[in-house]
Design a protein around this ligand. Structure first.
Ligand code: NAD
Length: 279
């Protein structure tokens, strides 16, 4: 299976390295996670993040709030965590209930503790091609995986399908900084297949299972599947893996592709923030 970009394998390698470094240096990083409401997918993601923390020696503290919690309560909790010297990273699990202003919540996180890289400060630095306190975890995981396989990025036609603030937009900026020629597509893009067919590296971050089919993909392309959907109880990506497999040079599977890389990046970010704080 030489075509598979093994996100799970690389993630395990990174987590083991981080665990060794935490143990050897007697580090004590702490990640605070805020979870509002009981969205089942969010609960799963938070538990996956907690497990990764436990595995490598990062302390995780989850602050759970009822669905109807007032926005001001969440903002006050974040302010308290900003001040708390024992806390290195703060993560607010998205989505938030409708009555809470997501942007206000994210902006309340101190950029120095913004482990997801979602604040204006960190997002803006990535947009300017400057180093943020933290890169957003999914884009960072994608680049780490491509670099591990020594896939050249400079000069490549990169097409990112999906323009979310957490994946598509920062990822496009990072590729641009790495001298790729970048196209961002979205739900209103015309002639999508024509554009995706020009991609040397094609990233799907849409949330529609098996949306990218063989006729949308150039021979020898490198495919990155960010999508995670549940279909008949099974996880499915945005790319029709079986259909495109013979055409591509490399592809990430779902599961065991970008999901684990995102977790590895979150752990790396937490440790980096810990080291940047005066303990
Ligand atoms: P989102 O859900 O906020 O937005 C979806 C994007 O897809 C939008 O920009 C939209 O314009 C685009 N889109 C929708 N329909 C389209 C169409 N028909 N043609 C072209 N573009 C279309 O995006 P998100 O938060 O980045 O999430 C995307 C997917 O990635 C979801 O399945 C999510 O669960 C998954 N995700 C996975 C990870 C991971 O760690 N693997 C991390 C974040 C998100």
């Amino acid at each position: 299976m030489g075509k598979i970009l093994d996100g799970k394998g690389l993630s395990d390698k990174i987590l083991n390295k981080l665990a060794d470094s935490i143990l050897e240096n007697n580090y004590s990083p702490t990640l605070a996670v805020i979870l509002v409401g009981n969205n089942p997918a969010s609960e799963v993601y938070v538990s996956v993040k907690e497990k990764a923390c436990n595995k490598i020696g990062i302390k995780s503290v989850v602050y759970k709030f009822d669905e109807n919690t007032e926005e001001s309560v969440i903002l006050n909790q974040i302010r308290e965590l900003n001040e708390n010297k024992d806390i290195d990273g703060i993560l607010v699990q998205l989505p938030l209930p409708k009555h809470i202003d997501k942007f206000k919540v994210i902006e309340t996180i101190s950029p120095q503790k913004d482990v997801d890289g979602f604040t204006l400060y960190n997002f803006g630095r990535v947009a300017l091609g400057l180093k943020p306190h933290c890169y957003p975890c999914t884009p960072k995981g994608i680049l780490t995986l491509l670099d591990e396989y020594k896939i050249q990025i400079e000069g490549k036609n990169v097409v990112v399908v999906g323009r979310s603030d957490i994946v598509g937009k920062p990822l496009a900026n990072i590729f641009l900084k790495r001298n790729a020629t970048v196209t961002i597509c979205h739900s209103k893009t015309k002639n999508l297949a024509e554009i995706t067919n020009r991609a040397d590296i094609l990233v799907a971050a849409i949330g529609c299972p098996k949306f990218i089919t063989a006729e949308m993909v150039k021979d020898g392309a490198i495919l990155i599947d960010v999508g995670i959907s549940r279909v008949d109880g099974k996880l499915s990506g945005d790319i029709d893996f079986d259909e495109v497999f013979d055409k591509v040079a490399y592809i990430t599977p779902v599961p065991k592709g970008i999901g684990p890389m995102t977790i590895a990046s979150l752990m790396e970010n937490t440790l980096e923030l810990y080291k940047s704080h005066n303990h």
